[in-house]
Design a protein around this ligand. Structure first.
Ligand SMILES: Cc1ncc(COP(=O)(O)O)c(C=O)c1O
Length: 430
């Protein structure tokens, strides 16, 4: 396709029909989840989760078929989503770098989270479940699961980190429009939530606490199943649709990235975007630099690489990951989807091998949101607060290599139409 165009897309009939599973290609075997001493967390989790997702979690197959029904839903949710060349931004930055961004903001609920929500709900319905329970931070994952549940005619219960639940009023309404049951977390609906809620009715909550609540709710209802929006292998697997499309789009442009960037909370958009490129690094010896953009409020990739719980109440098995500690308190930020103590085990392993770089931006978010404003002013799209970290890192990289012809690819994981109050506050806009 001619470089005179700024937008690149593949035809519908070239939408990838398989997800890419990186497990067999990793430099060494992924450390297995472990039971904490004296507990049967692995066995308990198996009762609370979708069986097909658990089987994908440990699959050694390189490529996993996307069922026809999910492909149909992907089309309806706007896939394939275009790759854009950010020419106006390049000019504004006076950089010789070529900047490309993937448009996950073209999503019915606002982000990449629908890519796995549609898959998880499809399998849950097939397995006869009637209700899905989950956590959410930014609210993007909760909305995505509410949307997928509505399409499938299933019920959805969401435990939403209170610090975000209380300011994203429109997003809360959207979840209600999809028919979801929405609870500020910690709530008084579960034992683990109540313990914290009774001590502090304004407890800001965290993803780790909301995960405990979602798990507990599912454990007490055999018609319910728990779905997680990040961290786990099968979630990243479903998200590889992003990177697989992007690679095909780069073939159309006849270009290839030197640097691949995205924001990272638990790792789902980052993993989904970058893993197909890691394939080229691990299998074809391509030289690519990977950068995960985080907040100094929760720079989990700068934590310790060790076994830790994924939730606050210690209901999950232990996962080997970069972690800040599952009980660590972190201050709420506007990009709260990034405020999680641990990084996905797959990406943690890659980091432990020196294959993943990271940057963490100041907690007040002024720097990051100023970068997002620059992007809005030149490209026209308003990124979600979390995606603003990806944009900031891409701009910084383009400035750092101003006089080199580096190719930089970054993912804009969602839009910020329901987060405008956050931008207004941080940037003191009228
Ligand atoms: C738009 C958006 N991007 C990124 C993230 C971070 O999550 P993950 O690291 O799983 O992509 C979130 C989390 O809620 C989000 O809403």
């Amino acid at each position: 396709m001619s470089m005179k165009f700024n937008m690149f897309n593949i035809p519908n009939d070239e939408l990838p029909t398989k997800w890419y599973n990186i497990l067999p290609d990793l430099p060494e075997e992924l450390p297995k989840p472990k039971n904490p001493e004296g507990k049967n967390a692995i066995e308990n989790l198996q009762k609370m989760m979708v069986k097909e997702c658990l089987s994908q979690e440990f699959s050694t197959q390189n490529w996993i078929d996307i069922p026809e029904e999910i492909l149909q839903l992907y089309f309806q949710a706007g896939r394939p989503r275009p790759l854009f060349r950010a020419k106006r931004l390049e000019q504004k930055l006076k950089t010789k770098c070529r900047l490309y961004y993937k448009s996950e903001f073209y999503s019915p609920t606002g982000s990449h989270k629908v890519n796995t929500a549609l898959a998880q709900v499809y399998y849950a319905k097939k397995e006869g479940y009637e209700r899905l329970t989950t956590e959410t931070g930014a609210g993007q994952w909760g909305t995505a699961l509410a949307y997928a549940s509505a399409l499938a005619g299933l019920k959805c219960t969401i435990f939403w980190v209170r610090a975000v639940h209380n300011w994203k009023h429109e997003r809360r309404t959207l979840m209600h429009l999809y028919g979801a049951d929405v609870n500020a977390s910690p709530s008084n609906k579960t034992v683990s939530g109540k313990r914290l809620y009774e001590k502090d009715k304004n407890h800001p909550g965290s993803l780790a606490i909301a995960i405990s609540e979602g798990l507990e709710d599912a454990l007490n209802d055999e018609k319910a199943v728990y779905c997680l929006g990040s961290v786990l292998n099968h979630v990243l697997l479903h998200q590889t649709i992003i990177g697989l499309e992007t690679k095909k789009q780069f073939e159309l442009v006849d270009d290839y990235p030197d640097v691949v960037i995205s924001c990272l909370g638990g790792g789902s958009n980052f993993g989904g975007f970058v893993m197909p490129f890691y394939h080229d690094l691990l299998k074809k010896k391509k030289e690519i630099k990977f950068i995960a953009a985080q907040s100094q409020a929760s720079p989990n990739l700068q934590g310790e690489y060790r076994y830790d719980f994924a939730d606050h109440a210690e209901m999950t098995p232990l996962l080997k990951m970069y972690t800040l500690g599952h009980k660590t308190e972190m201050p709420p930020i506007k990009g709260d989807g990034l405020r999680y103590h641990g990084c996905s085990p797959i990406l943690s392993l890659l980091r432990s091998k020196g294959l993943l770089d990271t940057v963490a931006y100041p907690k007040d978010e002024k720097y990051v949101f100023e970068r997002a404003k620059m992007f809005v002013g030149s490209e026209g799209f308003l990124p979600a607060p979390e995606s603003a970290y990806s944009v900031a890192s891409a701009i910084d990289t383009a400035l750092e290599h101003k006089n080199e012809e580096k190719v930089i690819a970054f993912n804009v994981s969602g839009h910020g139409f329901m987060d405008i109050a956050g931008y207004k506050e941080v940037l003191s806009l009228p």
